[in-house]
Write a protein of this length. Structure first.
Length: 256
């Protein structure tokens, strides 16, 4: 009888999870369709850093595509990217609704701030890419253009639609995911995997790891690599304070 109750509870949990996943998928599809209607405007928004960077350079600029389906597929990517970006908070909310009934009150209090902080940090990473890193990186890459005086033929950028979008999306995802560092370290601290002393003593190794990760996640130029590494180092230092705060709260709870 006890095993039957366990099996019934397991099946009901699977049904609940399935329902949450279906709701998330439907929500994503609806937003995907809506975003595709405005795909051209969304792409125009993503192109704006490039347009502003080349606005006053005296050269007629354009974006090209070299395959018949390239622009269509690019608009699909833009639509899915925007839909996923908007849907993430809803997906996190569905996850929270699934796990919350099985948590104690103090566990809910501990986890809920991370669910709120995760999309905020991702959004901040995306904003950093859009408003600072991309304009600087574009200026850096354009500095390698040549009028042809020393190279016999001019060297001029003819950016492809799909390649530009892929670069922007890659950077936004790289920065957004990397900005989750405080969340990850704080959660590890709550379960006792790391502590503030461990993070402080491993700082010099973390610096090397962060710059190596920045080199892997970004294009091979110093602007984007430093642009990712420096915020991560700052977030790492903030994570140490966050972990220390968690440790102090745990001590207070034990004393109480």
């Amino acid at each position: 009888m006890h095993n039957e109750d366990q099996e019934g509870g397991f099946v009901s949990h699977l049904a609940e999870l399935r329902k949450r996943l279906i709701h998330s998928f439907i929500f994503l599809i609806i937003f995907f369709i809506g975003c595709y209607v405005f795909a051209e405007h969304l792409y125009g928004f993503l192109v704006e850093p490039y347009a502003k960077a080349v606005k006053d350079d005296g050269t007629e600029r354009r974006l090209i595509f070299t395959a018949l389906q390239e622009t269509f597929l690019t608009y699909l990517k833009v639509s899915f990217f925007a839909a996923f970006f908007v849907t993430c908070p809803f997906i996190l909310m569905q996850i929270w609704k699934f796990i919350a009934p099985g948590l104690y009150k103090h566990e809910k209090t501990a986890i809920l701030p991370y669910l709120v902080l995760t999309p905020i940090l991702f959004f901040l990473g995306g904003m950093l890419v859009y408003y600072l890193i991309m304009p600087l990186a574009i200026k850096f890459f354009l500095s390698f253009e040549s009028s042809g005086l020393s190279t016999n033929l001019p060297i001029q950028l003819e950016a492809k639609v799909n390649e530009y979008l892929s670069l922007v999306m890659k950077l936004i995802f790289a920065f957004g995911i990397s900005f989750q560092l405080p969340v990850v370290l704080s959660l590890l601290a709550r379960v006792g995997v790391v502590d503030s002393h461990f993070l402080k003593t491993r700082r010099k190794y973390v610096v090397v790891i962060i710059f190596a990760a920045a080199a892997l996640l970004t294009p091979p130029d110093p602007i984007t690599q430093i642009g990712l590494a420096v915020p991560l180092l700052i977030l790492y230092e903030l994570s140490i304070f966050s972990v220390k705060f968690i440790e102090n709260k745990n001590l207070e709870n034990e004393d109480a």
